[in-house]
Write a protein that binds this ligand. Structure first.
Ligand SMILES: NC(=O)C1=CN([C@@H]2O[C@H](COP(=O)(O)OP(=O)(O)OC[C@H]3O[C@@H](n4cnc5c(N)ncnc54)[C@H](OP(=O)(O)O)[C@@H]3O)[C@@H](O)[C@H]2O)[C@@H](O)CC1
Ligand SMILES: Nc1ncnc2c1ncn2[C@@H]1O[C@H](COP(=O)(O)OP(=O)(O)O)[C@@H](O)[C@H]1O
Ligand SMILES: [K+]
Length: 541
């Protein structure tokens, strides 16, 4: 489960993240204006450390603080923050874990009365003593590596982190948890999971990506006035409503609402080409979730062009959603969007061919239709890929990449980016967290549901929610982000810490959307406001 939270007053529906090189360049440009950025950073770091000490240890004065100090400016930040904590009465010990350390920082800490120790990397007794200091500390500040890091932590810092990785006390990471790659979030070597990460100038992308997010704890972004020096962010993270079971302002602002005099057709009609004799439940789940998401009408299209009267799946779907229409492919009425693939086991299912090669409407392409989309891309006959939202999990993504002949990548997000570039479609990559990537280059991370959501049929529910949004005219990238977020929040509600099954998630969707639409949007009064909202299809996120 995600542990990353924002400081409560952080503005915005989405938290942007930047590449380390872009932040470093912005730092440099800002430094050139004569601002002492390190002083600002260290002051903010000390403030958050003091607050955490008050929360966890009942005060600052007399409490034991240990600084883990690496060779660069990251260590410098930690040392200067330590000096400030020492002036507030804490006992502060710096462990210098590299062959050099920020000189001004060391001098500052010494001047404030702090202790400075340099454990010898090859001396067992030294490392043992250092590990004891870390274990006994009320607070540890991780200032080993920041955005200058390359790979796993090396040397004495590595040995020490390995010994103390499972300690129980409070940890504040300076800029980022050392060992976390600031661009990809990959963790290498021992990493001390932080209770709070105080990051400087701008959130680094790796802090927001699935692999990194879980060691970041609460994320505090310290304003260093970098805005005008930063390029477009590398990615965005969707914010929840303050708890995992509360929808965030993103939904309140962007979920499509009906006009006052809307009729069912204007609301959007969704065609669901899902389920067959082997997987009838997928059709039930996708249709139920679509209905719960506020679609105007669902047309369920059975397998093999069967008429409703002889299709065995139709009655099951009708029992769950009595208001939908069962219509064979040959007779299906107009739709504004499709869901194709959930529970489709035949590679040559005519429903898949129709949606991918003949239709013009936007479509969620899931499960049994994904490989066909890849094959048609290769053959050059995939129709209008810009209307498509592909929703693979990791295994499906690998298979899609294989059919496309793409080079193997270590990180699934990189593979997904390659698939987007090759197909021209939006990709929603499922997993513990969800990542949405668009052909325009936008990457959005959606915090996931509880691990209980890793259950059969959960993806069919997601496809139904996303399909309903497409039918209402929401652009594929935005629909993907909204659907993944509502799905995750619904799963948290269905689980309440315990097991769930997919149909329960579909049941929660309606309440999540209703809560989101009734929610107050910061600075904008009531989100729903009583007035109709026009949804622009051009928006990309
Ligand atoms: N710029 C600014 O204006 C501001 C910057 N600020 C702060 O500065 C931080 C960036 O500082 P930085 O550039 O000195 O890099 P940092 O991460 O401290 O150390 C890198 C050094 O470590 C070494 N090293 C690398 N990998 C290693 C490994 N795996 N294991 C062991 N060692 C490794 C490598 O040395 P090398 O191995 O190359 O000799 C390199 O020299 C930033 O995160 C923020 O906290 C703030 O004060 C705000 C203003
Ligand atoms: N470890 C996990 N924690 C939280 N959510 C998960 C985890 N693993 C998968 N999920 C989510 O569960 C759903 C599973 O979808 P999918 O694999 O397509 O299932 P199915 O095909 O059976 O419907 C996705 O929404 C995915 O993001
Ligand atoms: K650090």
């Amino acid at each position: 489960m995600s542990t990353l939270t924002w400081t409560p007053d952080a503005p915005g529906e989405l938290l942007p993240g930047w590449r380390a090189a872009d932040v470093a360049a912005a730092d440099a440009a800002r430094l050139a204006t004569g601002v002492d950025l390190m002083a600002v950073a260290a002051h903010a770091l000390a403030g958050r450390c003091a607050a955490l000490l008050r929360e966890r240890a009942g005060g600052v004065s007399g409490r034991a603080v240990v600084l883990l100090v690496g060779p660069g400016n990251n260590g410098g930040d930690a040392l200067l923050a330590g000096a400030s904590l020492r002036r507030r009465g804490a006992g502060v010990t710096a462990l210098l874990l590299a062959d050099r350390a920020h000189e001004g920082g060391v001098a500052g800490l010494r001047a404030a009365g702090g202790r400075v120790i340099r454990p010898h990397p090859d001396d067992e007794a030294d490392l043992h003593h250092a590990a004891d200091l870390v274990r006994d500390a009320d607070l540890v500040v991780d200032g080993v590596l920041g955005i200058g890091a390359r790979g796993a932590v090396r040397g004495a810092a590595h040995d020490l982190l390995e010994r103390v990785a499972l300690r129980g006390g409070a940890v504040v990471a300076c800029d980022l948890p050392s060992g976390l790659d600031p661009d990809t979030g990959a963790l290498s070597g021992p990493v001390l999971p932080a209770d709070v990460t105080v990051t400087f100038g701008a959130a680094k992308a790796g802090l927001l990506l699935p692999r990194g997010r879980h060691v970041v704890g609460e994320l505090v972004v310290v304003d260093l006035g970098l805005e005008e020096h930063l390029p477009d962010p590398a990615l965005h993270l969707v914010r929840d409503g303050g708890a995992p079971d509360l929808p965030g302002p993103h939904v309140a602002v962007r979920w499509p609402r009906p006009w006052r005099d809307a009729d069912k057709y204007a609301r959007g009609v969704l065609g669901v080409a899902a389920g067959d004799d082997r997987y009838p439940g997928a059709a039930v789940l996708a249709c139920s979730a679509a209905a719960a998401s506020g679609v105007g009408m669902v047309r369920y299209v059975p397998a093999d062009g069967r008429a409703a009267a002889v299709d065995p799946v139709g009655p099951l779907v009708l029992r769950a959603v009595p208001e939908l229409l069962v219509q064979p492919l040959a007779d299906v009425g107009r739709v504004q969007a499709w869901v194709v693939g959930p529970g489709v086991s035949e590679p040559d299912d005519p429903r898949v061919r129709h949606v991918l090669e003949e239709a013009d409407e936007p479509a969620v392409v899931d499960a049994g239709a994904l490989q066909a989309a890849a094959r048609l891309t290769r053959e050059g006959t995939l129709r209008r890929p810009d209307r498509l939202l592909l929703t693979p999990h990791r295994g499906e993504l690998e298979r899609v990449a294989g059919v496309l002949g793409l080079e193997r990548r270590e990180d699934a997000v990189d593979t997904a980016r390659d698939v987007v570039a090759r197909t021209g479609a939006v990709v929603l990559l499922k997993g513990a967290d969800t990542v949405v990537l668009t052909p325009e280059g936008r990457t959005t991370v959606v915090p996931g549901g509880p691990p209980w959501l890793a259950t059969a049929g959960a993806g069919d529910v997601l496809a139904g929610v996303a399909g309903a949004l497409l039918a209402a005219g929401t652009a594929p990238g935005r629909a993907a982000t909204l659907a993944a977020h509502v799905h995750a929040v619904a799963a948290h509600r269905a689980s309440r810490g315990g097991p769930l099954h997919a149909a329960l998630v579909a049941d929660e969707v309606r309440g999540v959307v209703a809560d989101a639409l009734g929610a107050r949007v910061p600075g904008e009064g009531l989100a729903s406001g009583g007035a109709p909202v026009l949804w622009d299809d051009g928006a990309r996120d």
